[in-house]
Ligand binder design. Structure first.
Ligand code: BES
Ligand code: ZN
Ligand code: ZN
Length: 502
């Protein structure tokens, strides 16, 4: 996909050259000044007239009409260089990727050094470019019969730079891998429940394991019964699709120690069960495996980039259905941990499947746990659809997750979890826990319930009910699944070995 050239782009017959434009007094210097000269100062003129803008995220496509070998120039406004920011640069590049899609070219080129400034080095610019380009180019093919619209994906990107080619290549690779892991998560979430069952998720895990040499274990219903995962089984009880407890292990060190556990809610469709969802709330519930998708996406990135960090991923996969055999409100169930649970609401199923998955991750010696889940409508009410809600039992570990999320550009916001909150979760008269202590603070109740199964293990909960999919397109992707948290989780694993040495 990417090739790096330590040459000038001036003599190359590229179809399209992407140029970053900072808002600063001198717009064109060095090679860009030469390009402007070759075009008789027309670029300077177009800037003056406002046809080419340095304003953030503005793009301008300029044909060169045969005056230079490059056929078209695509300018991307980057705003003030003194305020340059990695995440905003990605968004600007994403906007440009959409223009490129319209032009339908198989090969493009980038003047990478035009993106470099005091705050952004060449490797950061390269990473920003490949990640944003990969994310913004994503499309979910869907299931329509073939259209006559010819498609043309970019296959080749030539990156011109004076910076060291090896460093730039490596950064391009990392950014691209991040985008692809995220896009895989998006596709899983966009796939409807009839085409992505728990068994399909298990097959997906097997393939991932084969590609990246992960250890894989799929627990079948009988195994799940033997292990006493009563909470997970209860949710599956009304389904004709067998449940799968999926485990992937990545060995980043010789010894199985300092293990990071990633636990993702894998509800392939959530009807709500007997506490059935209203007809407006049920549509879209194919996305209820967004946590599992984020974990798979992160594992793909981890498999590609191979950090020195042990990782165990655990995904409880099932749908939440209704039948004569389904679990009911008032049922009392026993989780693998031994903790008993009074079911007050069968629609609060995520916390039940996660309960056993958390215990199972600990069984596989996870020393740190992050659970990711489309867990509550409450988090959307509290934080909107662009912020992931977080809870924790460990300040230091939360700080690590927060830093990873900042680096990924995925916003998370922590909610409190007080002793009083925990008392409400433990307030059942007849069981240890109750799965639905009421509407008040219910994002906290949901996450806090999962935390009961982390016990003393450092734990962070990420509720992505608002962020896993989006009704609007963004600079970095179309409407639909966002693949949120795949990059944050991967970065957490990639950053950990360094953090531990400190
Ligand atoms: N899967 C839903 C949460 C959800 C809501 C995800 C909207 C995405 C968009 C979850 O299983 C659920 O139904 N939660 C209930 C919990 C309640 C019954 C305690 C909710 O949030 O209403
Ligand atoms: Zn539910
Ligand atoms: Zn759910």
């Amino acid at each position: 996909m990417f090739s790096v050239k330590n040459e000038t782009f001036l003599k190359e017959k590229e179809e399209l050259l992407i140029i970053g434009l900072y808002d600063r007094p001198i717009k064109f210097e060095g090679e860009l000044a030469e390009l402007d000269d070759a075009l008789n100062g027309q670029l300077t003129e177009l800037v003056k007239e406002g046809d080419i803008s340095a304003k953030k995220k503005e793009t301008a496509l300029i044909p060169t009409l045969g005056r230079v070998p490059v056929k078209r120039l695509l300018f991307i406004g980057l705003g003030k260089d003194k305020k340059a920011d990695f995440q905003e640069m990605k968004e600007a590049i994403g906007a440009a990727a959409k223009t490129i899609k319209k032009v339908r070219l198989s090969s493009i080129a980038v003047a990478l050094d035009s993106f470099v400034c005091e705050r952004i080095e060449a490797d950061d610019a390269a990473h920003a470019f490949s990640e944003a380009f990969g994310l913004a180019s994503y499309e979910f093919k869907g299931y329509k019969q073939q259209s006559n619209d010819p498609e043309q994906a970019v296959e080749q990107v030539t990156v011109y730079t004076k910076a060291e080619a090896g460093v730039v290549s490596a950064a391009l690779h990392v950014g691209y891998v991040f985008s692809q892991g995220t896009n895989s998560a998006r596709t899983l979430v966009n796939t409807p429940g009839n085409l992505l069952t728990a068994s399909d998720m298990a097959d997906y895990a097997r393939k991932l394991a084969e590609t990246y040499n992960f250890e894989v274990e799929i627990l079948e219903k009988e195994d799940i019964e033997k292990l006493g995962m009563g909470a997970f089984l209860a949710v599956n009880q009304g389904s004709v699709e067998p449940p799968k407890m999926i485990t992937l292990k990545y060995h980043g060190q010789e010894e199985w120690k300092d293990v990071l556990g990633l636990v993702g809610k894998g509800i392939t469709f959530d009807t709500g069960g007997y506490s059935i969802k209203p007809k407006t709330g049920i549509v879209g519930m194919k996305t209820d495996m967004g946590g599992a998708a984020a974990v798979f996406g992160a594992m793909e990135i981890i498999g590609e980039l191979k950090p020195q960090q042990n990782v165990v991923a655990v995904i409880p996969a099932t749908d939440n259905m209704i039948s004569g055999e389904a679990f009911k409100p008032d049922d009392v169930i026993t989780s693998m941990s031994g903790k008993t649970i009074e079911v007050l609401n069968t629609d609060a199923e995520g916390r039940l499947v996660l309960a056993d998955a958390m215990t199972y991750a600990k069984h596989h010696k996870a020393d740190y746990l992050v659970d990711v889940a489309t867990l509550t409508g409450g988090v959307v009410v509290a934080l909107g659809d662009d912020k992931t809600g977080a809870l924790t039992n460990n300040e230091e570990f939360f700080e690590e997750v927060l830093e990873a999320s900042n680096e990924a550009g995925e916003f998370i916001w922590r909610l409190p979890l007080t002793e009083k909150d925990k008392q409400r979760i433990r307030s059942s008269k007849i069981a240890d826990l109750n799965n639905s202590p009421g509407r008040e603070g219910h994002a906290i109740m949901g996450g806090g319930f999962v935390g009961e199964f982390a016990e003393d293990t450092p734990w962070v909960h990420l509720d992505i009910a608002g962020t896993a999919d989006s009704s609007k397109a963004s600079a970095l992707g179309p409407a639909g699944a966002t693949g949120v948290m795949a990059r944050t989780l991967a970065l957490l694993a990639l950053r950990r070995p360094d953090n531990q040495e400190k």
